[in-house]
Design a protein around this ligand. Sequence first.
Ligand code: ADP
Length: 417
Amino acid sequence: MPHRKYDKVLVINSGSSSLKFMIFSMLDENMLAKGMVERIGTPDANLIYSRTGDKKTEQLVSAENHGKALAVACKLLIDRERGVLKSLRQVQAIGHRVVHGGEQFKSAVEITEDVKAGIKKCSDLAPLHNPANLDGIIACETVFSGVPNIAVFDTAFHQSMPRHSYMYAVPLKYYEDYGIRKYGFHGTSHKFVAQAAAQYLNKPIEQLNLITCHMGNGGSIAAVRKGRVLDTTMGLTPLPGLIMGTRSGDIDPALIFFLAGKGLDLSTIENDLNKESGLKGINGIGSGDMRDTVHASEQGKAAAVNAIEMFGHRAALYIGGYYTLLGGADAIIFTGGIGENSSPARRSVISRLAAIGCKLDEVKNKACFGCQAVISTEDSKTPAIVIPTNEELMIARETYRLLIDNATAANTETKED
Ligand code: ADP
């Protein structure tokens, strides 16, 4: 709900050597500008920036750490010619993408010292991401003193999963001692498209069963019952589930021991499963990109044709299973770079869904690139809908909601005093 006193929200997605930023006007949910500082900590640090509607610009900058990277980004945001703010004081809250919130964080929270300690504790589960996310948070605390920072977790939406979905059938002590369970990822995207689908179908999310398919370089599917996640394909890590760009998705876990027995070391196997598998491992052209895979398949390369078949087969397996667990679905949603744009990949999935009442309309499918549209036939009992995701806007929304909730609570307290 917009509140005229509050408007500008900054969204930060901080990686180990990059810092992405977007600034939103939340009164109309418009993104005003976005950019990224990449190669932080190297002499080639680079700032890419564009104001909405303007051309992208690039410049070499001096950014030896995340704090310096944020400072150069902020300079641009208030630049007279290229900026979108009169002063940094206009930023009223900052939303941070945080990859892993473990079991501690079930929704977005305002960042305090305790929250930072919690994020640090979850680094065990996301060693590449959480420390980098913390770097972004600390940079913002320094540059924007006194402005509330909000953490929005990739795992939070999936915390609504029931215990029988998230537990693995391994000795209980693994869960108790190490937190080994299914966490799921891409939660912000699944939540965004589930809410957008409810709006599109003109029904409250609490009355809908949805199957949301986020298919980008990484990919996951979620079964969403009445706005809560019933199950999802990623697990303790983002490795299982779908066939992805370079990740294997589901495998027989015993193949690791088999390969170790053949003399491969664990780090080689880990690297191969994460970076050399998926489309890249099987399409015969060594690229993890769906566009390249489709192109090679159209040239008649058998391995690429098979890769697209495998992609569709694996996704349909989960969609069918989730359809059963949900007791039917009101819609199947496709999003992410592949889900939004690749009609051959969508065809491979949807051509396998006739048994659950979802039939592809090939004309609508071919016409849909990054649009919001139904791509199944009119007589399909279970429609397939493409909905572009917007994780940054979702982070901005969660941040804005907390900002207003906290302000309202503070106001009530003052009145009661
Ligand atoms: P990430 O998970 O890194 O955010 P994206 O959501 O951008 O990735 O998805 C990347 C995937 O989307 C790649 O496999 C790419 O081939 C595919 N893709 C992106 N744009 C198109 C397009 N116009 N047509 C077909 N595939 C596309």
